[in-house]
Design a protein around this ligand. Structure first.
Ligand code: G6P
Length: 609
């Protein structure tokens, strides 16, 4: 998704801006651009379709320097990925970069055209820069013009603005899309994600909804949504900058898959004792909120939604607590009924997903007890706006296809199930059993990851296929859904998932030797039923790939490949069986030569709806 970087310094900022864009590349984008004010106070603009490396080539062909500038990676929403549609957009001496969507842009565009503005792109963003220019031409100062312009916008935006007529100021605004200020020594910055600025500072101001900011080399001035001057807290980010480095791995996704034993350990650290979950981990208010909780509503998107589906099984089966779950983009646009004493739970890797955030805001006015988020990014919007937050502590996830975020979310959701369950149907003995199993998680993950070479070999059977079917039963059904999502995201093979019992109600018609059928088959009470479902596939000449408990009694033959998984406690099976499916899609994508970390058309952090 789009990324913004801006800088005001007493040195050439071009390198800072380009490095910032590179650090945002993982979010997914299709064009990039930069605008600088050079020493003659002329706007220097460079834009290219494609990767930041292409932008660097364009800059090398026509060098530029400047001490103030803005830069952008664009993920097309309005208008194709073309040079004309790439940001920054300009009007007279003003340049703008924008994340988000201006929903009433048509109306503003018509008004501006009537006043003589000439539009050169198909974007909604271009109205922003023409409107600011119109207000400046009418006598407003640049900052006041941005303030006045934002009053006319409906939708979501994070903005960066510079002007050749006002060469010392960089203006930013945030409403619905994240923006942070990076604080340096005699230099200051803005960015859509602090990660873009980690090479220049570790001190950040996380702007709040409706904030407007003026950034110069000397300072930062912030107006809140009511246009009052405010001083916001500066946070120091002390995380190691681990995400910038792939280490020994070929792709971030591969690195993140193999990090899972360690980061699941991080999710558990400080949250579990020998025999019980430590409730304090959820925050001081948590106890009172959990005491009141009789039901749970989960809302999330993508992979995080799949984690929520698994949690529904756990919450109902182990804790005896009613749980509903819905994708955020649906939930936010329908009338829903809130049962008494329901806790609202969002799950999100980024904490910035527009639909999930909108659902939380809606929920806050709808009579839930409180909002809890399971999230991976501290200081993200979801964390700041929720009453309770349990961080997954997975570290930055760069690969667009989510891996370690999912398994750490499951780990955190298991902790939540336990603390809620102990107030309902979960006995102390069962809690102890679950905790003992959790302590084994990192080791078991390592054992399963040792199957990498075996799975690499299995992946060969998928490389020339156009479709695949993923089957699971019970709590393994969402695991099959996540497996199918991974395969389609990064290998572009059409993959569908079904509860195995539904096979005969439709998908069986698709089964033939061209349709590999992937099955997750831990040893549980549904195993025998699953085996009968698989016979239905075998009888139609389908090719089966069964990820099965080593003691479950499956054996390979001409049409069946069995990948033996070590025996694991039932409670851990959804986490453990996810890993080989991640490896499978990774290896299929390698064989197909796709862009594993930045698959086409997808974005890491979807900050527009
Ligand atoms: C995008 C990403 C997915 C992610 C989903 C939800 O589609 O590509 O990997 O699962 O957004 O994101 P969140 O940050 O809320 O978990």
């Amino acid at each position: 998704m789009c990324g913004i970087v801006g800088a005001a310094a007493q040195r050439n900022v071009l390198g800072i801006l380009v490095e910032g864009l590179k650090r945002l590349e993982y979010r997914g984008y299709d064009s990039a651009g930069v605008a600088l004010l050079d020493s003659d106070q002329q706007l220097q603009l460079r834009k290219t379709v494609g990767k930041v490396a292409g932008l660097e080539e364009a800059i090398a062909a026509e060098p530029a320097t400047g001490q103030i500038g803005i830069a952008h990676t664009r993920w097309a929403t309005h208008g194709k990925p073309t040079q004309a549609n790439a940001h920054p957009h300009t009007s007279a001496n003003i340049a703008v970069v924008h994340n988000g969507i201006i929903e009433n842009y048509q109306e503003i565009r018509e008004q501006l055209i009537a006043k003589g503005a000439t539009f050169v792109s198909e974007t909604d963003t271009e109205v922003i820069v023409h409107l600011i220019n119109d207000l400046v031409s009418g006598g407003k100062d640049l900052f006041d013009a941005v303030v006045a312009a934002t009053e006319q916008f409906e939708g979501a935006y994070a903005l960066g603005v510079i002007s050749a007529d006002d060469p010392d100021r960089l203006i930013g605004a945030r409403s619905g899309s994240p923006l942070v200020v990076g604080v340096g020594i005699e230099e200051n910055f803005i960015a859509s994600d602090q990660m873009a600025l980690r090479q220049v500072t570790d001190r950040f101001i996380f702007l709040e909804e409706g904030d407007l900011v003026e950034v110069t080399t000397n300072g930062v001035t912030i107006l809140d949504k009511d246009k009052n001057r405010v001083v916001r807290k500066i946070s120091r980010i002390t995380d190691a900058d681990e995400a910038a480095d792939k280490g020994e791995y070929r792709h971030y996704m591969q690195k993140e898959i193999f990090e899972q034993p360690k980061v699941i350990g991080n999710t558990l650290q400080g949250r579990i004792g020998k025999t019980a979950v430590l409730e304090e981990a959820f925050g001081t208010e948590a106890k009172a909120i959990f005491d009141r909780t009789r039901a749970v509503q989960i809302v999330a998107c993508g992979t995080s939604y799949h984690a929520g589906l698994v949690a529904k099984y756990w919450l109902e089966e182990w804790a005896g607590i009613a749980c509903s779950i819905e994708v955020a983009s649906e939930y936010r646009y329908r009338r829903f009924v809130v049962s008494p004493d329901t806790l609202f739970v969002t799950i999100s890797q980024s904490g910035e997903t527009a639909d999930t955030l909108a659902a939380l805001r809606l929920a806050k006015e709808s009579g839930y007890i409180a909002g809890l988020t399971i999230c991976n990014v501290p200081n993200s919007s979801l964390v700041r706006e929720s009453d309770l937050a349990l961080m997954t502590n997975a570290g930055p996830e760069i690969g667009v296809a989510s891996t370690k975020a999912f398994t750490t979310q499951l780990t955190a959701l298991q902790l939540l199930t336990i603390v809620l369950g102990r107030r309902h149907d979960l006995t102390a003995d069962r809690e102890q059993e679950l905790i003992e199993a959790l302590h084994q998680m990192p080791k078991l993950c390592e054992m399963v990851l040792e199957l990498d070479k075996t799975i690499e070999k299995v992946s060969e059977a998928f490389a020339d296929k156009h479709h695949a079917l993923f089957l699971g039963r019970g709590v393994q059904y969402p695991v099959a859904m996540e497996g199918a999502l991974k395969l389609k995201e990064i290998s572009y093979i059409h993959a569908e998932s079904y509860p195995a019992g539904e096979l005969k109600h439709g998908p069986l018609a698709l089964v033939d030797s061209d349709m590999p059928v992937v099955v997750v088959a831990p040893s549980n009470q549904l195993l025998e039923k699953l085996k009968s479902n698989l016979e239905e596939v075998q009888a139609r000449g389908g090719e089966l790939f069964v990820f099965a408990d080593k003691d479950a009694g499956f054996s390979s033959d001409d049409n069946t490949t069995v990948i033996n998984i070590p025996h694991v406690p039932d409670s851990l099976a959804p986490l453990i069986y996810t890993l080989p499916l991640q490896l499978l899609s990774y290896h299929v994508a390698i064989l197909k030569g796709t862009d594993v970390d930045q698959p086409r058309n997808l974005a890491k952090s979807v900050t527009v709806e």
